[in-house]
Design a protein around this ligand. Structure first.
Ligand SMILES: *Cc1c(COP(=O)(O)O)cnc(C)c1O
Length: 358
């Protein structure tokens, strides 16, 4: 019997994760892997520990709690918190030995009163999300002169589009940096898509996320990642349905001939999204089979007519099975989601199993 056969689980290939990170590091910048949102659902502590072997410069998170989790797991490298935190939380951020991304004079002054620890300057060059506008950087000069940042960064809004916006944002970033009293030692801008389209990084650090986790950035990219994630579920029941019968809620899957239907121990409460109802595909013994009817909270049915199988057999819902690959992008497209949403939507009820080479 398979050791994990009672319910679905996620397999994470740490070797592939490290090889993807090495492909990003080969672009020439020091690595700041983004491990926010529990490393896009893969498990921040396991991912950060695995990537520590590549000696990254540091790690990127979104919240103070995510930073504390890494600190408590023994990660000693710099950890930058990229989502703005309210001024009243800067002391907690400092106490956890985290590095803030700041973009307002009052926040910079507050941080300087709390500590001499490093901070990074967030510059908005077109994302309109966080940081000081590139054309307002001069308003921070006094605060910056009093306590210069260790780094300055911006974030591309459309790096995967090749529409010239990235070049425009880089121009604005250079202009903004030129207005600072001193050049911060560490400049950074690239996310996965920007880095995957660059032979040689122009910056000191790079901030890849999704590429590390096995999702590429299109045909135009110069490098493509290896798959990292497999979502697998056991068959827990099999039945034959007769002509005129239906499968699952609302009877949307009606059979006109005798069909063999297998039930998987995974549902939307695990993150196998309801939008995959009657649209998803699964790999069973290397063959593609369709999702039959609506995905339910805890179970999903597939039509396995013509594919010999038994209760206890393992089905792959994301990832490789034999010569077939269902990559994250394909499943996300079928589910009408971005690959980011699909990965971060894999719920805690799915156990994470890490595979690593000896
Ligand atoms: C999430 C994030 C990244 C990584 O983006 P990917 O598209 O996953 O590579 C980089 N920088 C910042 C500021 C981010 O928030």
């Amino acid at each position: 019997m398979h050791p994990h056969m009672t319910r679905a689980w996620v397999e994470i290939d740490l070797g592939a994760l490290r090889r993807n990170a090495a492909a990003m590091a080969a672009r020439g910048a020091a690595l700041l892997p983004m491990v926010k949102a529990d490393a896009y659902g893969l498990g921040a502590v396991a991912v950060a520990r695995a990537l520590d072997a590549l000696a990254p410069w540091g790690f990127g998170v979104a919240t103070i709690a995510e930073g504390i989790e890494l600190r408590e797991s023994g990660i000693e490298r710099p950890i930058i918190v990229f989502t703005p935190v309210h001024r009243s939380h800067l002391r907690a951020l400092c106490n956890a030995r985290l590095t803030p991304a700041l973009g307002a004079a009052s926040d910079i002054t507050e941080w300087s009163e709390i500590t001499t620890a490093p901070w990074h300057l967030a510059i908005d060059t077109g994302m309109s999300r966080a940081g000081v506008r590139w054309d307002h950087v001069h308003t921070l000069r006094d605060a910056i002169r009093a306590n210069p940042p260790q780094g300055a960064f911006t974030h591309f809004h459309s790096a995967e589009l090749d529409d010239g916006s990235r070049e425009e944002q880089e121009r604005r970033f250079r202009d903004a940096v030129a207005q600072l009293p001193v050049r911060p030692p560490l400049l950074h801008a690239e996310n996965s898509a920007a880095l995957a389209r660059t032979h040689r990084s122009s910056w000191d650090i790079a901030r890849p996320g999704i590429f590390l986790y096995g999702v590429g950035s299109g045909e135009r990219a110069l490098v493509h990642p290896e798959p990292v994630v497999r979502l697998r579920a056991p068959i827990v029941d099999i039945r034959t349905t007769l002509p005129g019968e239906s499968v699952s809620y609302d009877a949307t899957y009606r059979v006109s001939a005798q069909r063999r239907i297998a039930t998987l121990a995974i549902g939307y409460a695990d993150g196998y999204r309801r939008s995959l109802s009657n649209r998803g595909v699964a790999l069973l013994h290397g063959q593609r089979v369709p999702v039959a009817g609506l995905v339910t909270m805890d179970m999903t049915m597939i039509d396995v007519t013509g594919v010999p199988c038994d209760v206890g057999d393992i089905v792959t819902l994301i990832g490789r099975d034999g010569s077939e690959l269902l990559d994250v992008e394909t499943v996300a497209r079928l589910a009408d989601l971005s690959p980011y949403e699909l990965l971060t939507g894999l719920r805690p009820r799915l156990e994470r199993h890490y595979r690593d080479e000896p």
